[in-house]
Write a protein that binds this ligand. Sequence first.
Ligand SMILES: OC[C@H]1O[C@H](O[C@H]2O[C@H](CO)[C@@H](O)[C@H](O)[C@H]2O)[C@H](O)[C@@H](O)[C@@H]1O
Length: 468
Amino acid sequence: MDRQAVEQIVEAVGGKENIAAATHCVTRLRFALKDEGKVDKEKLENIDLVKGSFSANGQYQVVIGQGLVDKVYAEMVALTGIGEASKEEIKDAAAQNLNPLQRAIKTLADIFIPILPAIVTAGLLMGINNILTGKDIFFEGQAFIDVYTGWADFASIINLIANTAFVFLPGLIGWSAVNKFGGSPLLGIVLGLMLVHPDLLNAWGYGAAKEIPTWNLFGLTVEKVGYQGQVLPVLLASYVLAKMEIFLRKRIPDAFQLLTVAPIALLLTGFLSFILIGPITFAIGNLITDGVVGIFDAVPAIGGLIYGGLYAPLVITGMHHTFLAVDLQLIGTIGGTFLWPMVALSNIAQGSAAFAMMFAEKDNEKLKGLSLTSAISAWLGITEPAMFGVNLRYKYPFIAAIIGSAIAGIVITLRGVMAPSIGVGGLPAFLSIFTEFWGVFFIGMGIALVVPFVLTFIMAKTRKKKEV
Ligand SMILES: OC[C@H]1O[C@H](O[C@H]2O[C@H](CO)[C@@H](O)[C@H](O)[C@H]2O)[C@H](O)[C@@H](O)[C@@H]1O
C-alpha cells in the first residue's frame, strides 16, 4: 500500500482535523467532513489511487476501486486514528445533511446492501440450475437433465441451495433492518423467520388455497398466512421491534433486561405483525408491485428507456441499492424481476464506453491502463472505476453509455425479459436470466457492448478534429 498516497488523500480532503468520520463501501471511501469547502478536488483527483470524487447524500465520496479501497481505508485508519466505530458515526453524521425522503431512501439502501452477497450468490447458483434444467440449451426440445437423468438430483440440490436466501428472505431482511434501526440483529432474524414459519399457509400458495386457515383471538379472526417473498411486512415489523427494544432497554433495570426485553418486544411485535402490520403492508406491497408492473406493461419502451438510461446516474448517487427492495418484491410476487436485467446491461454499457477510451486516447498511457481495468470491472458488475475514473471525467463516454444502455433497456423490456433472481451484473448476468429470454438478452448485451463503444469512439474523434 502506497502510504504516501494515502497521506495525500487525507491532506486533500482538508486534513485529519476536517474528517468527522470515515467509512468505505465496495469501491469508495466515504467521508463525513466538517467542512467540504476545504477539499482540494484537483489535488485529490491527481493522486494515482483516486479514480474520482464527489459529494452526495451528505458524504464526500472518493472512488478508489474494488479490493483496493479496503486497504486504503485500513492504512488511513492507522494513519489518522479514525476508529472502526466511525462506520456508524459517519452514517449518522452524514444523515444530518439529508431531508426525510433522502434519509428514507438511504435507510432502505443501507438495509439491502448487507444482504446483497447472499442474493447475488443465489442468482448465480440459479443460473447453474437454469443451464442444467433449461430446454433447448444443449439439446433440441430437451433439458440437460432430461438426457442425462443422473444429473437431475444434482441440479435439484443446487436449486435448493440457491433459493434458500429467497425462501427465508424475511429472515435476512429482519437481521439487517433491526440492526440498522438500532435493535438486536438476532431478534430481527427470529422475527423474519417467524413470518415464514412452516405452520403458516405459504404465501406462494395463497391464491390456489381452497381454504385460508385462521386464528380466532377472542372473536378477532386473523389469517394464518406467511409472508414469503414480501419485503414491506418484515421492514415495518423490524422497525417496530427495534424501537420497542430500545424503549424497553432504557426503562428496565439491567438485572431484569435478559428476562424481559426480548420476550416482551418479540411477543408484542409478533402479535402486531400478524394482526396489523402484515395484512396492511402486504396490501400496500401488492399495490406498489401492481403499479410498477402496470407501468411496464402499459408503456414498456418508456419504462426501459427511463430505467435503462437513468440507472447509471443513480449509481453516482450511491442510492441504486434502494431498488433492490423493488426487485425482491417483484421476485416474491410475480416470480421474477424485469428491472435487474437492465442493471446488468447498464454495467456492460459503462464498461464498453470506458473500453473505447483505450483506443480513442491511445497516447494517454495512464488512461489506457485505467480504461482496460475499469472496463473489465464494469463488465463484471462493478462500474464505479469506469464511471468515475474514465467516463465522467470525459463526460461523452458517460453519455454514450447511457444511450446504449437505454436502447438495450427498451429492447429487452419490450420482450419482457425477466430474471428469477438478482445475479452478478455485467457479462455473467445472462446466467441469471430465465433461459427462454437468453436470445433477446444476448441482443441487449450486444447493443450495450457495441453502441457505447462506437458512439464514444466517434465522439472522441469528432472532438479531436474540432480541436485541430
Ligand atoms: O455500487 C457497487 C455496484 O452496485 C451495483 O452492482 C451490484 O449490485 C447488483 C445488484 O443490484 C449486482 O448485480 C452486481 O453484481 C453488484 O456488483 C451496480 O449495478 C454497479 O453499477 C455498482 O458498481
